[in-house]
Design a protein around this ligand. Structure first.
Ligand code: PBG
Ligand code: ZN
Length: 323
């Protein structure tokens, strides 16, 4: 009996457990999403995401300062424009809310990695991620590409370190790469949301970003949660078009996909621990049904264990404060 494997030998003390821990998690692997809107002195909470706030550019700087002090890996910016229209033109406006936010951030904290989400859904009146056909809520693919490229270039011009297209149009990574290169931004990497599923877990984000589609849904462009081979095809396509990093989203419902992508992709893999994953734990914790810190830490560790190099999470600051 005594010669047998006894798993509990290595679990006996905190020191032994720490010594043999296979997966480590540290603040520099986490990216914090930040929502920026027009105005000054604005700071409003997002009801479905306790602890998450939308701010104007001045408040953004306060949040970013904390991210720097806590040693986070970076921030990813989402904009809520003052006005929306059919084509989402505020998305690429030189003085748009994200563009001003990026400029302010890079001026104040040159060392902070600033990633921008590139999509149209926060900027279009109809709330879809691309241009619509004249009839019905079908999103047009190719005409959308040029607008995404224009948006990415405007972010790069403002000083973004990385652009992250989340629209799921076919060919957008290639179009964005070409657009960036044409304007001299050869050095700006693309983090593509390559395997992005049509998920019920984005609801709180859409409250925060005010981007719920007015009609229809996103199943015509985001992936069917039933598929995983398809995720690899999306990843290969994006890598061929020039993606420098790829993202899987959501995270906990896609641990198998993260694992497969990690094994195959050969580039840094990010996973997005999305709004609904965050909101579910926070809501249960508010009721005393779950321990927030224990449940969140376990979730983030599992995402790392599955193979994510980078985790985008609303809980990044809280995690860093526990270290
Ligand atoms: C925009 C975008 C979304 C998210 C990230 N970028 C929303 C969507 O696709 O509807 C979701 C993030 C989250 O739920 O935390 N395309
Ligand atoms: Zn979108």
């Amino acid at each position: 009996m005594d010669d047998f494997f006894r798993g509990r030998r290595l679990r006996r003390t905190p020191g032994l457990r720490r010594l043999v821990r296979e997966t480590r998690l540290s603040p520099e692997q986490l990216v914090l999403p930040l929502f920026v809107e027009e105005g000054e002195g604005v700071r409003r909470s997002v009801p479905s995401m306790p602890g998450v706030e939308r701010t104007s550019v001045d408040g953004l700087l306060d949040d970013a300062r904390e991210a720097v002090e806590l040693g986070l890996g970076g921030v990813i910016l989402f904009g809520i424009p003052g006005t929306k229209d059919e084509v989402g033109s505020e998305a690429w406006a030189a003085d748009g809310v994200v563009q001003r936010g990026v400029r302010a951030l890079k001026e104040a904290f040159p060392q902070l990695v600033v990633i921008t989400d590139v999509c149209l859904c926060e900027y279009t009146a109809h709330g879809h991620c691309g241009l619509l056909e004249a009839e019905g809520p079908r999103v047009r693919n190719d005409p959308t590409l040029e607008l995404l490229a224009r948006t990415a270039v405007s972010h790069a011009r403002a000083g973004a370190d990385v652009v992250a297209p989340s629209d799921m149009m076919d060919g957008r990574v290639g179009a964005i790469r070409e657009g960036l290169n044409r304007e001299g931004f050869h050095d700006v990497p693309i983090l593509s949301y390559a395997a992005k599923y049509a998920s019920a877990l984005y609801g709180p984000f859409r409250d925060a970003a005010d981007s719920t589609p007015m009609a229809g849904d996103r199943r015509g462009y985001q992936m069917d949660p039933a598929n995983s081979d398809e995720a690899l095809r999306e990843v290969w396509a994006d890598l061929e078009e020039g993606a420098d990093m790829v993202m899987v989203k959501p995270a906990l419902t896609c641990l198998d996909v993260i694992h497969r992508v990690r094994r195959e992709a050969g580039v840094p893999v990010a996973a997005y621990h999305v709004s609904g994953e965050y909101a579910a734990v926070m809501a249960a914790a508010e009721r005393g049904w779950l321990d927030e810190e224990a449940a969140m830490t376990e979730a983030l560790l599992a995402i790392r264990r599955a193979g994510a190099d980078i985790i985008v999470t609303y809980w990044a600051r809280q995690f860093a404060r526990t270290q």
